[in-house]
Design a protein around this ligand. Sequence first.
Ligand code: NDP
Length: 331
Amino acid sequence: AKEPVRVLVTGAAGQIGYALVPMVARGIMLGPDQPVILHMLDIPPAAEALNGVKMELVDAAFPLLKGVVATTDVVEACTGVNIAVMVGGFPRKEGMERKDVMSKNVSIYKSQASALEKHAAANCKVLVVANPANTNALILKEFAPSIPEKNITCLTRLDHNRALGQISERLNVQVSDVKNVIIWGNHSSTQYPDVCHATVKTPSGEKPARELVANDEWVNGEFISTVQQRGAAIIKARKLSSALSAASSACDHIRDWVLGTPEGTWVSMGVYSDGSYNVPAGLIYSFPVTCRNGEWTIVQGLSIDAFSRKKLDLTAEELTDEKALAYSCLS
Ligand code: NDP
């Protein structure tokens, strides 16, 4: 039998956490034959709720779940973890300045970075979900210098999946027949959902999605804004944010990273930029990646037209500003 993998979920008593932990315990993140031990962290005001989640995990009698650690102690939470999914963060409240939210999250991610660096298993893979996800991941990287930068990522897979979903709805095809959209940049409203290289499986072979849609106005307009604004649309409809799809996409992100992407398919991940596609190095930026043997590689050589170039640069500028703001909170 396989050794259990220890999976940390921070903010585990929150909405996304509540949707995510049963998926992990059912093998949706790491596969149906991989036992797991869940480490759940939350803050003291959420301790009682967190204990309730732990009780439900016991009650659900998940065969793959070999243990549950539910704690408000960051060191206990991080000890020995192989995968860390960082969902906890300080929410933006009405009347708060951007800088205040940033400052709260910078201090959270700074302290969690140190705990992960000292206590996580060697080669721990980190996924940051909490907003501002890219910049929280960057702060985590800065304060965990011994964790390889390739192990620190942020979630843009939900945006990626939303883009696949929009194309499938538009063309009335199965979502599993659509692939290779790209989310570039920040997990924010400046992200660029790009269909220029996406394809659709049809009875007469694989076709470019753009050609099948045959409507550049939609591709360059409504499609982009629908994906960018989808989170807000869900809040409006549900009066709550998109927890189910965020949790499911976090599982997709880790599963593909650990187990590999299918041949000929790429996915979007927020990763440490090496300057590919003239994106400034040193930002956590969402790129198209393929994964194999537990490592991601940025897909190279895709053509970028003038429209796309502007969009790639715009979201990079926002990330550069966020980085500067985050650093100003440190001093
Ligand atoms: P959620 O579980 O709904 O969201 C958690 C984080 O994920 C937020 O930062 C949220 O950003 C972000 N996020 C990223 N993508 C999405 C998406 N597609 N849809 C929704 N959210 C997304 O928040 P809750 O408030 O229910 O839970 C947060 C938990 O974190 C609580 O249990 C709380 O106690 C804990 N917490 C931990 C802290 C710490 O570790 N020190 C500090 C503060 C809270 P956004 O805010 O933009 O929606």
